[in-house]
Design a protein around this ligand. Structure first.
Ligand code: HEC
Length: 115
């Protein structure tokens, strides 16, 4: 009896462990922070953390309807901007939403370039 309780706890721990690991490795979920805000302001002087939070939530919301999250850092700035022109239409984003995604992506890229 004691053994089976131990075994069950062990299995539960393993399942919980795998689940937690999945959360952490959610692909390319770059969070907007002060670092990205500072980096992004070099390109958009009126950038706010709200722009970045909005862009992030669209990128991991509307943009995932058809495919997994793409790694922003796999694309050059101009390349990403061209792709976004196309994808914004697919995702039916408003011009403001598209701008927020662009600001978010550019800020992520600029902050990484400086690391
Ligand atoms: C209506 C479906 C749909 C939506 C919504 C959508 N995409 Fe895509 N996207 C595609 C398809 C189809 C491809 C090409 C196949 C692939 O790479 O998965 C693609 C490819 C991409 C690529 C790779 C392009 C390349 O040339 O390597 C990126 C980056 C991308 N999408 C970003 C986004 C972003 C950002 C958004 C949100 C603004 C978005 N997608 C929303 C359908 C969509």
């Amino acid at each position: 009896m004691k053994e089976s309780i131990l075994l069950i706890s062990f299995i539960v721990l393993i399942i919980a462990g795998c689940h937690a690991k999945k959360e952490v490795t959610k692909p390319y979920a770059y969070q907007p922070t002060e670092v990205e805000l500072t980096a992004g302001k070099t390109k958009f002087s009126d950038l706010t953390i709200d722009n970045l939070v909005k862009g992030h939530s669209i990128y991991y919301g509307a943009c995932l309807r058809c495919h997994e999250a793409k790694n922003i850092n796999d694309y050059g700035l101009d390349e990403f901007s061209d792709i976004l022109n196309n994808m914004a239409r697919k995702a039916k984003l408003t011009p403001e939403e598209k701008d927020a995604v662009l600001r978010y992506a550019v800020s992520i890229k600029l902050s990484n370039a400086k690391q």
